[in-house]
Design a protein around this ligand. Structure first.
Ligand code: HEC
Length: 106
């Protein structure tokens, strides 16, 4: 039992360490951005559901900006319902990857 606890504690520490330095990988994002393109990749940047609305351009923003925006949606500091739903489904690694991907777009 003691051993198990020690293992769990170790795993916890490893997790924390991993979270502290998540490095974005643009290549890994390629299959994660498919759903973003549905809204952010439309010419004129307009989505049509549930009503026609303007979608901001995210390609070419800095990774830091994209990351902090996604984290803000995830935490509820930014309120847009579709983006909140999407950000909630992304892990820290996903966010870092996607941010790296969009940051390298022109
Ligand atoms: C259903 C349509 C939709 C999808 C899918 C979508 N977004 Fe968005 N996104 C929006 C809208 C609309 C906004 C503006 C929301 C607001 O006003 O806060 C936004 C805002 C953002 C912002 C903030 C931009 C800024 O300049 O403030 C980022 C970053 C972002 N989205 C990233 C993503 C990523 C990454 C994905 C895929 C994982 C994604 N979005 C998928 C509609 C969408």
């Amino acid at each position: 039992m003691k051993k198990l606890f020690a293992l769990l504690a170790l795993a916890g520490v490893a997790n924390l360490a991993a979270a502290a330095d998540v490095v974005g990988n643009a290549k890994a994002a390629e299959n994660k951005v498919a759903m973003c393109i549905g809204c952010h990749g439309i010419p004129g940047y307009k989505a049509t559901f549930p009503e026609v609305y303007q979608v901001p351009m995210i390609g070419g923003q800095t990774a830091k900006y994209i990351e902090s925006a996604l984290n803000a949606y995830k935490k509820g500091e930014r309120k847009h319902p579709s983006m909140r739903g999407i950000a909630a489904g992304l892990s820290d690694q996903d966010i870092a990857d996607v941010a790296a991907y969009y940051a390298q777009q022109k």
